[in-house]
Ligand binder design. Structure first.
Ligand code: ADP
Ligand code: MG
Length: 203
């Protein structure tokens, strides 16, 4: 089981990880976008991190919703509203629980995917974060052991990132490049994979 304190710790560690990987994510976005993905997301998670102390006693739904709203209001570019919506949907799904298990986490990931789909009007195979999120979810669905499920999820997300190199972007800025987006990995799929890695490492 993961309690609200652990969720706070995970969000703090996600903030550290995204900030560590800021230049790498930005380099990826330089190749097929406008080179701001790392900068955008790192800035947003710094703001999330600042709020964690004041919400550390709240239920998990409130913590995730606050995270989502903070990302929407502080991250420029497409990924702010997309990740923001994902976290807000996740928070709504969890509600006032202060402990969650692996099946709750799968439900959270499911609604986060729905949030990105609705907000981004995107589907799997368009070279976006969904190409890491959806395979991660699918690979976890049958697994009951939390650690094993999350490791499978990370593995599938990484394969999803590799897969984004082989497809043409049809959503977001990278879609302006058409065929020239081939060979490059999607920054958003990469940042999602970092987040899932942090969650897996926390168990
Ligand atoms: P911007 O493209 O506005 O500069 P970012 O660079 O922060 O925004 O984020 C780019 C990432 O957002 C992409 O790598 C992709 O994963 C994701 N993305 C962009 N548009 C969409 C969309 N319509 N649906 C889902 N994900 C998207
Ligand atoms: Mg960008």
């Amino acid at each position: 089981m993961i309690n609200n304190k652990k969720v706070i710790e995970i969000l703090h560690n996600i903030s550290l990880k995204i900030n560590e990987q800021k230049d790498y994510l930005t380099m990826l976005d330089n190749e097929i976008g406008d080179g701001d993905h790392g900068i955008n997301l790192a800035r947003g998670f710094v703001e999330v991190d600042k709020k964690l102390e004041s919400i550390s006693d709240k239920d998990i739904g409130t913590i995730l919703k606050t995270t989502g709203m903070t990302l929407v209001s502080t991250v420029g570019g497409a990924s702010g509203p997309l990740y923001g919506t994902a976290f807000m949907y996740a928070g709504k799904q969890v509600g006032d629980k202060s402990e969650i298990d692996i099946n709750d986490f799968k439900d959270i990931l499911k609604v986060a995917i729905d949030g990105v789909k609705v907000r981004g009007k995107a589907e799997q195979g368009e070279k976006t974060m969904l190409d890491a999120m959806i395979p991660a979810y699918n690979s976890m669905s049958e697994e009951q052991d939390a650690k094993v499920a999350l490791l499978k999820g990370v593995d599938a997300a990484k394969k999803g990132v590799e897969y984004t190199k082989t497809i043409i972007a049809t959503k977001g800025r990278a879609s302006y490049l058409g065929e020239r987006s081939l060979g490059h990995q999607d920054p958003g799929a990469t940042s999602f994979t970092f987040m899932l890695e942090v969650i897996a490492e926390s168990l």
